[in-house]
Write a protein that binds this ligand. Structure first.
Ligand code: HXC
Length: 267
């Protein structure tokens, strides 16, 4: 689908995406690149990163892949430093790395709960924390008065409650809270905007593939637009937030779910 944004909307910007090798993270990387950004993608699996980098290069996007796990502080430090060193600056951080599996609360071990909290919530905070010195106004390659932006990929599970996803729901609730707190503190002190995107059910993603067919069809019934979203929809929301179009939006988690949030869970 053709983008409604100008091709050079992000010209000269450098973006780092966790979980950028696949799924929604990869689509955001592709679209940021298509709109002029240089892109670094971080992920745990080398083969996935290699193929994502090859695909981004094929589209003419300046890109590097950096192996790392957002749960490890030393990986976060190395990846942020490597990105800034390679491209000379960092303007956009997208936290898209996430862990998920369906499990009843009574069958989930505390370590299973902790694992998803560590990837989604602590990982998001760690990456933001390490990227701050580059994102803030006056950071490497930046104007003294102009900071960068952070986009945290969230979910809608915790708006009500979602079966068998107590860990992800808690983790994404924390992510939304992190978004607001950093928007307040870092917007004030460093001219950094911090926002989130909460995708609803999106076609061809790991999140959706875990649902049973009957769960997907009942999802349709709850959506005023009566269709699944595309990864492209999430990427366009990211372009809006990362480009000048979204420069006065701060602390907001933008819902991109076809209006599914309007309905209560049907179980
Ligand atoms: C119950 C499980 C489990 C499962 C792991 N655990 N998988 N418990 N059911 N299916 C438990 C383990 O028993 C262990 O606890 C703990 O979690 C850590 O497991 P490990 O396998 O050692 O961890 P690790 O290798 O680090 O892998 C973590 C992972 C990861 C979260 C399971 O493999 C992963 O992220 N996979 C899915 C990635 C994914 O789908 N990403 C897209 C997310 S979609 P014990 O107690 O035994 O030590 C998304 C959208 C949300 O986020 C909205 C959807 C609608």
């Amino acid at each position: 689908m053709e983008s409604p944004f100008k091709e050079d909307a992000l010209k000269g910007k450098v973006a780092l995406l966790t979980g950028g090798g696949s799924g929604i993270g990869f689509e955001i990387a592709l679209q940021l690149g298509n709109h002029g950004a240089s892109v670094a993608i971080m992920g745990r699996r080398k083969n996935v990163l290699d193929s994502a980098v090859a695909s981004l290069h094929y589209h003419g996007i300046p890109c590097i892949g950096l192996e790392g796990d957002v749960r490890k502080k030393e990986d976060a430090v190395r990846v942020v430093e490597s990105t800034a060193k390679h491209f000379g600056r960092l303007d956009i951080l997208v936290n898209a790395a996430a862990g998920n599996f369906l499990v009843a609360a009574e069958d989930l071990s505390p370590n299973g709960f902790r694992t998803v909290m560590e990837i989604d919530s602590v990982g998001t905070f760690t990456m933001c924390h390490e990227a701050l010195k580059y994102l803030k106004k006056g950071g490497l390659g930046k104007e003294p008065s102009c900071g960068g932006t952070i986009i945290n990929i969230s979910a809608t599970l915790h708006y009500t409650a979602s079966w068998y996803q107590i860990h992800v729901s808690a983790a994404k609730a924390a992510v939304d809270s992190i978004t607001r707190s950093l928007a307040l503190e870092w917007g004030t002190d460093y001219d950094i905007t911090v926002n989130g995107i909460a995708p609803g059910p999106i076609k061809d993603t790991a999140g959706l593939s875990k649902l049973k067919p009957e769960e997907i069809s009942s999802t349709f019934e709850k959506m005023p637009l009566y269709k699944l979203g595309d990864k492209w929809d999430i990427a366009m929301a990211a372009i809006y937030l990362a480009s000048d179009s979204g420069k006065h939006v701060n602390g907001m988690t933008l819902l991109v779910d076809g209006g599914q949030w309007l309905s209560s869970p049907r179980h």
